[in-house]
Write a protein that binds this ligand. Structure first.
Ligand code: ATP
Ligand code: MG
Length: 381
C-alpha cells in the first residue's frame, strides 16, 4: 500500500524529512496525516516520528537551515518550521511511568515501542517519506472498517492518560462507522474510569468537547457519553436528549458547535469548559435570546445574524418544534433595518431625557417589527 497525496511531495515537507534522515536516522509520518490520507479526508497537520533524539533533531534542523522550537522537549517533541509550515517531530518513545495525564518517557529505537504508546490502532499507522505504509499494530485493518479501538487493553491505556477517554469519543464520532457502533470494550473502560477526568485541566476538556461538537454528527457519541455519566461529569446538568433534534434541523451553513453546546444545556459551560471570550459571548447571547423569547428578526437586529440563527435552531430543538418557515427572511430583515430616529430629530430634549426618549422610541419600533416610520414614531411627541 502506498500513499500518493500532494502533501507528501510538498517541497517544505520534503525538506524536513530529508533533514531528519540526513545522517541515517529514520523519520516517518504518523497520526492524523497518514490516517486521513488513507481515508481520503483532508490533512490538516503533519506529525513525524523519528529515532533521532531531541538534541539530534535540533542539530539536524539547523544543518538544513530549518528553525526548531522545543515545544514539548520533555516528552520528546520538537516543532520544526519549514517555510512557515510547522511539523511536530516526536522521538520514538516508550512511556515508562504515567500519572493519568503526564508520562515519564524513555527514548527508543524501535518503531513498535513508539506505536504501542499511542492511543488508537488507526493512529499508529506510519508512512515513509515516499508514502510506503508501515503498520506495526495492524491499524489498517481497523481503519478499513472504521473501527476506533484502543491499542491493547483500553482500561490500562485510559489509566495512563485520562484524556484518552475524551479522545476516544472524539475519534469515534469523527472516524467511526455509525453502523458498527461504539467499541464496547473501549466504552466500558471509559465509563469505569470517569473519576480520572477530574485530573484533566478544564481547558483540555473544553478543547476536546469542542472538537466532538464540531464533528459532523456527534449525536451517537454524545448519547453514549450521557449514558455513561461522562457528559454530566464534564458539564453538570447537561443532557444529550435534544441534540438529534437539532442536528436534524441543521444544514451545512448552520452547523455551529456553540448552538450544539447550548442544546446540551448544563451549568456554566463557559467556566467549566474555559471557553474563550468570543465563544462565551456567543453562548451567553444565544442563551439570553432564548430567555427573552423574541422573534428571530428582533434577535438578528439586536445581536446579529449568527446569534439569531443559533437562537432559532436551539429554541426549535429544545421545544421540539420546527424552525419558522420565514426564518431567513426574518434574519435578513433584522440585519438590514436601521432605526429611523436620530438625536437631532428630538431637538427639544437633552441629556438623560434624550437618551430615555430614544430608547423608548426604539422599543416601540422594535415591537412594531420595524414597521413604524419616523413620522409614526414622532407623531405623539
Ligand atoms: P488530528 O491532528 O486530526 O486531531 P491526530 O491523530 O494527528 O489527529 P494529534 O493530537 O495531532 O492527533 O496527535 C498525533 C498522534 O499522536 C495521534 O495520532 C496519536 O498517535 C498520538 N497521540 C496524541 N495524543 C495522544 C494521547 N493522549 N495518547 C496517546 N497517543 C496520543
Ligand atoms: Mg495531528
Amino acid at each position: 500500500m502506498k500513499l500518493n497525496d500532494k502533501w507528501l511531495k510538498d517541497p517544505d515537507t520534503v525538506l524536513v524529512m530529508q533533514a531528519l534522515q540526513k545522517k541515517g536516522n529514520k523519520a516517518l509520518f504518523v497520526g492524523g496525516c497518514v490516517r486521513n490520507s488513507l481515508l481520503k479526508m483532508p490533512v490538516t497537520d503533519i506529525d513525524i516520528a523519528t529515532d533521532a533524539k531531541p538534541h539530534e533533531i535540533v542539530s539536524l534542523a539547523i544543518d538544513s537551515g530549518l528553525k526548531s522550537i522545543p515545544t514539548g522537549i520533555e516528552h520528546g517533541t520538537i516543532t520544526i518550521v519549514s517555510n512557515n509550515k510547522t511539523y511536530e517531530v516526536t522521538c520514538f518513545r516508550k512511556d515508562i511511568k504515567t500519572d493519568g495525564r503526564h508520562a515519564v518517557i524513555e527514548y527508543s529505537d524501535d518503531i513498535e515501542d513508539d506505536a504501542k504508546r499511542r492511543d488508537f490502532t488507526m493512529n499508529a499507522i506510519y508512512s515513509t517519506s515516499s508514502g510506503i505504509i508501515v503498520d506495526p499494530l495492524e491499524g489498517l485493518k481497523d481503519l478499513k472498517i472504521r473501527h476506533v479501538r484502543f491499542i491493547k487493553d483500553p482500561n490500562k491505556r485510559i489509566v495512563e492518560d485520562y484524556l484518552r477517554i475524551l479522545r476516544f469519543f472524539r475519534f469515534t464520532s469523527e472516524y467511526g462507522d455509525p453502523n458498527l457502533g461504539i467499541d464496547a470494550d473501549g466504552l466500558a473502560a471509559c465509563a469505569a474510569n470517569i473519576d480520572g477526568i477530574k485530573l484533566l485541566a478544564k481547558e483540555r476538556i473544553g478543547a476536546e468537547l469542542k472538537k466532538i461538537l464540531k464533528t459532523k454528527n456527534p449525536s451517537i457519541v454524545l448519547a453514549a457519553m450521557d449514558r455513561a455519566g461522562i457528559l454530566s461529569n464534564i458539564l453538570p446538568g447537561s443532557s444529550s436528549k435534544y441534540v438529534p433534534i437539532l442536528i436534524h434541523q441543521e444544514n451545512q451553513n448552520t452547523i455551529n458547535w456553540i448552538t450544539r453546546l447550548v442544546v446540551l444545556g448544563g451549568a456554566e459551560p463557559t467556566k467549566s469548559l474555559r471557553l474563550s471570550n468570543k465563544e462565551s459571548r456567543e453562548y451567553k447571547y444565544t442563551l439570553k435570546a432564548i430567555n427573552l423569547g423574541k422573534k428571530p428578526s428582533v434577535v438578528a437586529f439586536e445581536f446579529g445574524k449568527d446569534i439569531a440563527l443559533s437562537y432559532s435552531l436551539s429554541l426549535a430543538a429544545l421545544t421540539e418544534t420546527f424552525l419558522p418557515d420565514n426564518l431567513y427572511e426574518q434574519i435578513i430583515l433584522g440585519t438590514s433595518v436601521k432605526f429611523p430616529i436620530e438625536a437631532k430629530d428630538l431637538k427639544n430634549l437633552q441629556g438623560k431625557k434624550l437618551g430615555d426618549a430614544l430608547r423608548e422610541l426604539k422599543d416601540l419600533w422594535i415591537k412594531s417589527e420595524f414597521t413604524l416610520s419616523k413620522k409614526d414614531l414622532l407623531k405623539n411627541r
